[in-house]
Design a protein around this ligand. Structure first.
Ligand SMILES: [Zn+2]
Length: 271
């Protein structure tokens, strides 16, 4: 699933590529992915110009000059691609928004869990965004982070990935942050001491910043808005490295399951 760095990369790409363009048409062969319905969305957005792109958690928001907003979530396998009109169809292409300047914004999505949703105004948007916790690179300060961890006895990795508590951290960056902070991902969140909480807070910021610097991780489906791979997968610390050498101690990275998700850690370094 695209996490904060991947969605942030797409947001920055879209800001450069489609702001100022006018929406001409929306088509889909997967109508369930357009909410509340294709006809409602079509009536609201066709003719409107795109004025800015924002991101909160893993949710992209395309602001229109008519005051409405298109919210887009890529879920597990979504890609958001800007193509020239008439360019070859993309793999798993589901929704196409035609734009002025002979461009198309395409949602491609193998698993079809991603969606495009019309949000009528900023009030409705605030309601939608209220489901997400604070942003690690913005309004999540150390004090809030400490309180979030202290409020749960669940494994710290699960708490890091809980979007209601903290925005944008998924499996890749949770694994790598816990490695940097030298914390066993199974530890109950509320049992971390002050030093560990501080180390983890810094580690989360550090891995997310690295993810943005490398334009995301393309170990699976993720591509940026021009269809290019990111390169954070070449810099994974533990994620996907089962049986490989720990970069710190040379021991073997192991894999366990926590909350049903593959979890990679170094038993020597992470206590
Ligand atoms: Zn190690």
């Amino acid at each position: 699933m695209p996490e904060l760095p991947e969605v942030e990369t797409i947001k920055r790409d879209l800001s450069a590529l489609i702001v100022g363009k006018k929406i001409l048409e929306i088509t889909t062969d997967s109508p369930k992915q357009v909410k509340p319905s294709l006809s409602v969305v079509e009536k609201s957005i066709v003719g409107a110009a795109i004025i800015k792109i924002e991101r909160r958690a893993k949710l992209l928001q395309i602001f229109l000059a008519n005051g409405q907003i298109l919210a887009i979530h890529l879920k597990l396998t979504g890609r958001l691609l800007v193509r020239k009109k008439g360019a070859p169809r993309d793999d798993w292409q589901r929704v196409v928004i035609s734009l002025s300047g002979n461009k198309e914004l395409r949602l491609a999505d193998l698993r079809k869990f991603g969606w495009v949703r019309l949000v009528k105004d900023k009030k409705e948007l605030r309601k939608l965004l209220s489901e997400f916790g604070p942003e690690p690179l913005d309004d999540l300060d150390l004090k809030k982070f400490k309180a979030i961890l202290a409020s749960s006895g669940r494994p710290v990795k699960i708490v890091l990935m809980d979007q209601k508590k903290i925005s944008g951290v998924g499996n890749i960056y949770a694994n790598d942050a816990l490695f940097l902070a030298k914390i066993d991902p199974r530890r109950p969140a509320n049992k971390l001491d002050d030093e560990e909480v501080k180390a983890l807070y810094r580690a989360v910021q550090k891995v997310l910043q690295a993810g943005i610097k490398y334009r995301g991780a393309s170990d699976q489906y993720y591509l940026d808005a021009l269809g290019r791979k990111g390169s954070y997968q070449d810099h994974f610390l533990t994620y996907g490295r089962e049986g490989e050498k720990c970069f710190d101690c040379g021991g073997k990275i192991e894999r366990v399951k926590i909350g049903g998700r593959g979890t990679f850690y170094c038993p020597q370094c992470q206590k």
